[in-house]
Design a protein around this ligand. Structure first.
Ligand SMILES: N[C@@H](CCC(=O)N[C@@H](CS)C(=O)NCC(=O)O)C(=O)O
Length: 259
């Protein structure tokens, strides 16, 4: 039995849903409402002490972290492999997964929060934001502090976009000699990258690759044509489908009184 605690729009949840779909595995979903901080209740924190989604339960065992969950699924359900067979090629794909987790996954949170989630904090003053939104998060307190209730400043936005640009450049190079980021098969590196590119597309940034990265453009088109795509990105799983997106321009932080 596979049970996934997830959120429809969460890119990390989408990574696992993609992996489950590619492997044609049956699973039961338990939606976690991130807007009401359901992921920070003591009950959920017992499963995932980081207070983030997704979390997988398999035969009573708890597996956390989207990349780890995908690798776990690969080990336990090796049919329809998501990693190449050659050890060096496997290492290459794993290195891609680490890179995608460390660089663009973190970077994409900046435009996502600035454009979609800030209205959640409209009714909070600085002190309530600190107490109710920052202090309560086991691994994201400092991220929320940096963001503040008015959003990331220009420096943070520019840095995030630069990281996404360099990810796209790396992808373009990799795809010059490989059908997929994972080599000849659509695998873990593609699974981890796809929700990130889809999020950027949803936020209106497709021009970033459509202008100069034909291989990435084609990869995205081919990935979207796979059966796993619609299973993963079902209706209302994109931010633009249920939130009114704001322009990326960050608010002027100078107007926020200091605590
Ligand atoms: N490294 C973790 C990160 C998980 C993560 O950051 N999940 C986000 C949604 S994509 C979350 O739960 N955020 C909760 C929050 O911001 O408090 C993974 O890949 O599973």
């Amino acid at each position: 039995m596979l049970k996934l605690y997830h959120a429809n729009h969460s890119t990390c949840s989408q990574k696992v849903r993609l992996c489950l779909a590619e492997k044609s595995l049956d699973w039961e979903g338990q939606l976690v409402n991130l807007a009401t901080n359901e992921h920070l209740t003591s009950e959920y924190l017992k499963l995932n002490p980081n207070g983030v989604v997704p979390t997988l339960i398999h035969d009573g065992e708890v597996i956390t972290d989207s990349g780890v969950i995908c690798e776990y699924l690969e080990e336990v359900f090796p049919e329809t492999p998501m990693l190449p067979t050659d050890p060096v090629e496997r290492a290459e794909v794993r290195a891609w997964v680490r890179y995608l987790d460390e660089v663009p996954t973190a970077a994409i949170r900046v435009p996502s929060f600035n454009m979609a989630f800030l209205p959640r904090y409209d009714n909070l003053d600085d002190l309530s934001f600190q107490k109710q939104q920052a202090d309560v998060r086991p691994i994201r307190k400092h991220f929320y502090e940096r963001m503040g209730r008015k959003g990331f400043d220009n420096v943070e936005v520019d840095a995030a976009l630069a990281q996404i640009r360099s990810t796209l450049e790396r992808m373009e190079k990799r795809l010059a000699n490989n059908t997929w980021l994972s080599g000849t098969i659509f695998g873990l590196a593609d699974i981890i990258a796809l929700p990130l590119i889809d999020r950027m597309d949803d936020l209106g940034f497709a021009q970033m690759w459509q202008d100069g990265q034909p291989k990435v453009t084609d990869w995205f088109k081919r990935a979207k044509a796979r059966g796993s795509f619609d299973t993963t990105f079902y209706p209302k799983s994109r931010l633009s489908e249920f939130l009114r997106l704001s322009p990326l321009q960050p608010q002027d932080k100078a107007q926020i009184p200091t605590r």
